[in-house]
Each structure stands twice: as C-alpha cells, then as structure tokens.
Design a protein around this ligand. Structure first.
Ligand code: FE
Length: 236
C-alpha cells in the first residue's frame, strides 16, 4: 500500500493520500486548499490517478481542497450523507464501502464534533477526523456539535475496534502523527469518564475560543472550497 501523511502547519491538519501501487489509483482524505500543489506533485511523482477526495466532515478551521481537486483531476468528491456541503458527488452512510484500486475503506458515522462527522476504517488503521484525536477529542460546541453523540461515537464505535488499530487523526497540535485505539483508551484524558453525563459535562466546560478561520472556512466549505464568484477561496 502507498500511504502518505501530510501536514498543513497553518491549521495543523493531517491529510492522507492512499493508493495500492505506483501507477494506480489514489484517494485523499481531508485535503487543504492551500496545499493542493503538494498533492498534485505527489500524484505525479508516483504516477497516481486521484479518483476520490473525501472530507471527514465540514471543516471550520481550514478551506477544503475537494472542489479544486475535482476541478483539476476529475476525482469524485465524497462526504457523509448528513453534510450541509453542496455538490458532493458521492454521499456515504454508515457501513458504506469506498473502494480505491482494490483497497476498501469502511465509512463509520461518528457524529458529535459535527452531525456529518465520519471515520474511515482501512484494515489495521482508522482515520478519525476530529472525532478522536491523539489524547483529545474534537470540540462539540458549534456547528451542530453534540457531546452526547460524540460519547456514543467514541465508546460504542471507535473504542470497540481492535486495540491495535492505528489511529490517524484529522489534526494534531503537538506534532504527534499516530496512536492506537488501545493507547487512547488508556491515556486519553477525555476518555477516562464514567459515562455519558460526565463526558457531556467535561466537554461543555472547555470554554474554547471560536476557530480563527471559521467565518471564512464554513461558508467556503459548503461550496467545497470554491469561492461564490467562481474564484478560488483563500486564507485571510
Ligand atoms: Fe473539525
């Protein structure tokens, strides 16, 4: 398998480029608009054809590259069925498979950070978006977030995966690249709770400031990162 984890150091977003072989097809998860040149260069280096671009949810902290990648590579854009984003080519629901060149990702609906949050399981690894972070979890205080829904997504879904499953999150703010379900169960401070009530209390007490990019990113991401005048959306 070809697997590249890329990092946007402005939004601390991880992007994943996945394929099976040089010269084959590829899929990308959570691409960032300003990094599109990096993705296109990687695709060229490995002679990969991008066939699917997936967002784990409608992001508030960076502008997605989904629209730009579709325009430049003709790939299919993929998001969860619950999303507010327009013009998504392929909507997935819980349990759906996303295939690329013989690899198969299973969509897991893991709402809580947003109603349209999905995780994607690929063999020994899971891409958790902003549902499960390394030693953290995605905030639940805006964009229709729900700490109770997130509790169930974590405890009834993600933490029931094999403990050896590698966790590749949507962000990390301290440079950590990968964890495992077992490590997060044991060491993630947000997961050391007695039940849903304690988790809801913990999340509601975080008092985080709104993300800097939110007013720009959310409307832009409803258009898959395209500007409303047809020009590309950029960071302010
Ligand atoms: Fe997010």
């Amino acid at each position: 398998m070809m697997f590249h984890q890329l990092f946007d150091d402005v939004s601390c977003t991880y992007t994943y480029l996945i394929g099976r072989r040089r010269g084959g097809e590829a899929l990308i998860i959570d691409p960032v608009k300003e990094r599109i040149a990096d993705y296109l260069a990687l695709l060229e280096t490995y002679d990969l054809k991008l066939v699917k671009a997936v967002d784990t949810h409608l992001h508030a902290d960076h502008v997605t590259a989904l629209g730009a990648l579709q325009d430049q590579t003709d790939c299919l854009t993929v998001m969860g069925a619950e999303t507010d984003a327009d013009l998504v080519a392929l909507h997935v629901r819980d349990g759906d498979r996303i295939d690329v060149d013989g690899l198969s990702l299973t969509a897991m609906h893991t709402p809580g950070h947003t109603p349209d949050s999905y995780s994607f399981l690929l063999d020994d690894r899971v891409f958790t978006g902003d549902t499960l972070l390394i030693r953290g979890t995605g905030r639940t205080d805006f964009q229709g977030g729900s700490p109770a829904a997130q509790y169930h997504s974590l405890f009834d879904r993600l933490l029931r995966l094999d403990e050896a499953t590698k966790v590749f999150p949507g962000h990390d703010y301290k440079g950590r690249q990968v964890s495992s379900i077992g490590d997060e169960k044991a060491h993630n401070p947000r997961l050391q709770v007695e039940g849903v009530g304690e988790y809801v209390e913990l999340m509601n007490a975080l008092g985080l400031p709104p993300p800097k990019m939110m007013d720009v990113a959310v409307p832009a991401n409803r258009r898959l990162g395209r500007a409303d005048d047809g020009k590309p959306a950029h960071r302010q």
